[in-house]
Design a protein around this ligand. Structure first.
Ligand code: IDC
Length: 330
């Protein structure tokens, strides 16, 4: 039998070893905080909400690349990680569909890199077919079908991929005649491979007319609809449109926004911006900020004089970047 002082001498190393093991474990858990993907798993659409694997509504918070042809240097793991640290959980990869705006099959590997880095970081990633100057999604429908066929086949097993099939239809485009039939075709193509991941559909007038989509939504599952706003241009009237469409049961995601005007520049409208962010928070509607670059325009999230493409810190953010980053932590 071990007695008195002797017993204490025996117990002491045991207690120390136990404490050391405990600290090591704690160190491990703090070193590896759960990633957004570990926390939520595959997302889906339930009623008007985007929900996690347990069916609980979640709010995506993201940043969008600029056109991949113009600013591919920001598609790197360190850059994505910097934004994750600031509270971002989704990266949008903007692949312009118009050849005059950079469309090229040679950019597919840039998309693949983006998806790989986001995946390694446990972040969600939106593959965005960025129609803009090409107005009608039917203009490059053939290319869109081949684009989504390729990526849906590639990523059908991943839980963190979302497809945005037409950034901003505009000009002589209607929901019924153009966007809805286009969406039906592209959705069919994606679903041939990827049965579950969310597909986001743009709406008329640069993704503002969610009310028109709400009148005749698509019939498939796991479809969300895009609403885009630039706070200085799109004010209360567009917020009302959002609320009305949501009231009609439409699931909405803000896959692009900024706090300046619709040109992507001009002054920040803090009052309109705040009203938007409060509304989105109230409804848990996800939002993605345009754009990760240091271009000399207000919407660029990085300061024009910052040449870094890695290890981005809060101090490297532009005025709009800093403004928006405050909301990533709320
Ligand atoms: C803008 C970029 C700008 C680029 C222009 C044309 O900020 O640097 O020269 O596109 O490609 C959108 C579009 C988005 C626009 C942005 C600002 O989806 O591509 O980016 N915007 O104009 N919709 C509303 C505003």
């Amino acid at each position: 039998m071990i007695k008195g002082r002797k017993r204490n001498l025996f117990l002491l190393p045991c207690v120390c070893a136990f404490l050391a093991a405990l600290f090591l474990c704690m160190g491990k858990t703090t070193a590896h905080a759960a990633t957004p993907l570990e926390k939520w798993g595959r997302l889906s659409v339930s009623g008007t909400d985007i929900v996690n694997e347990k069916g609980k509504p979640v709010q995506l918070k993201g940043v969008s690349t600029h056109g991949l042809a113009w600013y591919p240097q920001y598609v790197n793991k360190s850059c994505f990680k910097s934004f994750r640290k600031m509270g971002v959980n989704v990266i949008r990869l903007a692949f312009y569909s118009d050849p005059n705006a950079g469309y090229s099959k040679s950019l597919y590997p840039t998309v693949e890199k983006g998806v790989r880095y986001a995946t390694e970081l446990g972040m969600y990633v939106i593959i965005d077919w960025h129609i803009l100057s090409d107005g009608n999604p039917k203009t490059y429908q053939k290319q869109a079908l081949s684009f989504f066929n390729y990526f849906a086949k590639k990523y059908k097993k991943q839980k963190n991929v979302l497809y945005e099939i037409c950034n901003e239809p505009n000009g002589d485009v209607t929901w019924e005649r153009d966007i809805r039939p286009y969406a039906n075709k592209v959705i069919k193509k994606i679903r041939k491979h990827d049965k579950k991941n969310i597909i986001i559909v743009g709406t008329p007038t640069w993704s503002q007319d969610v009310d028109l989509a709400a009148q005749k939504p698509l019939k498939q599952k796991n479809i969300a609809y895009a609403l885009h706003f630039y706070a200085a241009t799109h004010t209360g009237w567009l917020r009302d449109k959002l609320s009305a469409a949501r009231g009609m049961g439409l699931p909405i995601l803000v896959t692009e926004f900024s706090v300046c005007d619709a040109s992507g520049s001009g002054a920040i409208d803090g009052a309109s911006g705040t009203a938007w962010m409060k509304l989105l928070k109230k409804y848990k509607i996800g939002y993605v900020a345009w754009n990760v670059s240091n271009k000399n325009e207000t919407s660029a999230l990085i300061r024009p004089d910052c040449r870094k493409t890695k290890g981005i810190r809060k101090g490297d953010l532009s005025a709009s970047g800093k403004w928006i980053a405050k909301w990533w932590k709320k």
